[in-house]
Write a protein that binds this ligand. Structure first.
Ligand code: AGP
Length: 631
């Protein structure tokens, strides 16, 4: 395969490091966080047992800022936690940076993940007299632990057990994803860590132990690591480390020996960020859906984005603005919003919009899609729309970036930082967000029935498993790549919601392999592009189950009869293409509106493996930048 996928999970965002041992904690924490920088972050912090209490230092921006702060006001101690935060709930700021503390400053918690039900928990805690200082979901955790530990009068040894019991107890009240670690000043010397749906590894050293959200943070100190599974806990001291199950019973866990180098470790054992990010897509969808779906029509969208269902109900139409891959997601959005929410929708590249004199009916909702949230043309288009008196919803993957800050409402796709220049998991996050938006709009506008909304919801929830199935096509895709990586040109064709999939498949190929590739609506082929077809032309046809499949099959026949080398995506069990396509990739059956989310996966893999075989610089293709902050 050329890529290794040695681990069962994929890191989403935020970096966690913990240390218990005989050495000063701060340098170890800072070094560990530095090695997790590739995950992306916007603020950082540490908590250290210092003179019988917990000292905390936090700052916005790069780790150097935190380092400078700690130089001015050092924190000395042998047990500590460090965290780099990628903002989700609450923008990047010092108060929102981790660690978070309880009212007394005696419990410190760092957390990676999303606490879905933090709002009701926060309200209940506030009513019980707890003071909150941040806008984060995480801050409920130290306060919940504080409640559990209230009135504790036992010894230091009993405090260790009490802290681990308290962490277990509060996690029964919490819904969502977490990798977390807690310190309590009454239990000096101990770190309690827990995991569900976010990664956490324990590093076992000589008379010292570590936790981290990913292996690179540990490699300097130990190669013996234990991967925590969902529902498991670790109780660490310098001299010992215990593992517990969800009921607090001891678990015997065998350490694994890590033999990869740190460069491979940063990429989770993969050779490139792009392939790592392609494999993270089930998690991207899961995280983007988390807390955004149900209950439909009951304020969920307002809570998560600021946009009221009423605004969708009364919207005059939608105008989607974006560039590149995000524009392709926008075209899928047009199909969805028009068909299922009855909203007239225009979609336009931001660089065109900003230089014409657009006439936009009052009440049009503008949707700006941008992974980075920094694309200059999209930002300018957002400002132009706002100057025209329109409200803007941003869909993006970077909290605190210019576009979500400028927009009136913001839908954050929780895909975690995307490092490869070619956008993959962010695209799937955008498609997921557009499905969620349309579903809420359809309910608000009564353009879909309750039964349809329910089945759409179920379809969305089943996506992570279905994407795993798409990913399992990788060995077949590699064979196709081997057969076609020397081609000079490629055509991609699709219809309806999969016309933008064709555009995106072609963009992926051209940007990382430098092969000339074009995407067309399948019905357009006879109006010109058919002239390009000769027996050397690979044509990638998206022919999965859809209302227009019959027509796509005819278009495929037109290309085939002119000698095209056909690579077809079809739904498992489809017989009409067997013997006709040179390569057939069978995908699991899925509702048509969700099909681009499954179909793009083999096309991303095809681009990746072709580029790999051509020896291209996959993560940093020539002439391209990840954030296009200039016109
Ligand atoms: C996608 O693979 C490209 N790197 C590019 O087209 C990108 O989608 C475009 O520059 C827009 O970026 P944005 O989503 O960060 O605004």
């Amino acid at each position: 395969m050329g890529t290794a996928a040695p681990r069962a999970y994929n890191p989403p965002m935020c970096g966690i490091v913990g240390y218990a041992g005989p050495r000063q904690a701060v340098p170890i924490l800072l070094d560990g966080l530095k090695r997790l920088e590739y995950r992306g972050y916007d603020s950082a912090g540490v908590a250290v047992f210092s003179n019988g209490s917990i000292g905390v230092s936090r700052s916005v921006g790069k780790l150097a800022n935190l380092g400078a702060l700690l130089n001015r006001a050092p924190l000395e101690g042998f047990i500590g936690l460090g965290h780099t935060r990628w903002a989700t709930h609450g923008g990047p700021s010092e108060v929102n940076a981790h660690p978070h503390l309880d009212c007394e400053g005696s419990v410190a918690v760092i957390h990676n993940g999303i606490i879905e039900n933090y709002l009701p928990l926060k309200h209940a805690l506030a009513e019980a007299g707890h003071d909150f200082t941040s806008a984060t979901d995480t801050e409920v955790l130290p306060h919940l632990i504080e409640e559990e530990l209230r009135g504790f009068t036992g010894s230091e040894a009993a405090a260790e057990r009490a802290l681990s019991d308290a962490v277990r107890a509060i996690l029964k009240k919490v819904r969502g994803a977490y990798a977390l670690a807690a310190l309590w000043s009454r239990a000096p010397g101990v770190i309690v860590a827990a995991k569900k749906d976010s990664p956490l590894v324990v590093g076992l050293g000589e008379a010292e132990n570590f936790i981290a959200s990913d292996v690179p943070a540990l490699l300097k100190h130990t190669r013996k690591v234990v991967y925590l599974e969902d529902g498991e806990f670790a109780v660490l001291r310098g001299d010992r480390c215990e593992f517990l199950d969800a009921e607090g019973l001891p678990l015997a866990k065998l350490p694994a020996d890590i033999n990869w180098d740190s460069a491979a470790a940063e990429k989770d054992g993969h050779r490139h960020f792009m392939i790592k990010e392609i494999h993270e897509q089930p998690r991207s969808v899961r995280n983007t859906l988390r807390g955004r779906l149900l209950p439909l029509g009951d304020g969920v969208l307002k809570r998560e984005t600021g946009l009221a269902a009423e605004s969708l109900r009364s919207a005059a139409g939608v105008h989607i603005l974006a560039c590149g891959t995000s524009w392709h997601a926008g075209i899928v959005g047009k199909y969805l919003l028009e068909r299922h929410a009855g909203l007239a929708t225009q979609v336009e590249t931001a660089s065109e919009f900003r230089y014409r004199r657009p006439v936009l009916p009052p009440g049009t909702l503008v949707v700006a899609i941008s992974q980075s949230g920094e694309t200059a043309d999209t930002l300018a288009a957002v400002r132009l729309a706002q100057d025209a008196g329109l409200e803007v919803l941003s869909i993006g993957n970077t909290v605190g970036a210019a576009i979500p800050r400028q927009a009136d409402y913001s839908f954050h796709t929780c895909c975690g930082p995307e490092c490869g220049v070619a956008s993959t998991k962010a695209f799937i996050g955008q498609l997921t967000a557009l499905n969620v938006l349309t579903l809420h709009a359809g309910v608000a506008r009564a353009s879909i029935s309750e039964a349809e909304a329910l089945s759409w919801t179920e379809g969305l929830q089943s996506l992570p498993e279905l994407i795993e199935e798409s990913l399992r096509l990788e060995p077949q895709v590699r064979v196709i790549a081997e057969a076609h990586h020397k081609a000079e040109h490629f055509l991609y064709i699709g219809r309806g919601v999969n016309y933008p999939t064709a555009l995106e498949g072609a963009l992926k190929l051209k940007e990382i392999s430098y092969i000339h590739a074009e995407g067309f609506p399948a019905g357009e082929m006879k109006h010109g592009p058919l002239a390009l077809i000769d027996p050397s032309m690979p044509v990638v046809a998206i022919a999965t189950e859809s209302e227009t499949l019959e027509k796509t099959l005819s278009n495929i026949e037109e290309a085939r009869s002119r000698g095209a080398r056909l690579i077809a995506l079809c739904t498992r069990g489809e017989k009409r293409l067997s013997g006709r396509a040179e390569h057939l990739l069978e995908l699991p059956p899925v509702d048509e509106r969700l099909s681009p989310i499954l179909n793009i996966v083999p096309l991303q893999l095809l681009a990746y493996h072709i580029a790999d075989l051509r020896g291209c610089d996959i993560d940093q293709p020539r002439n391209l930048a990840k954030s296009v902050t200039v016109e």
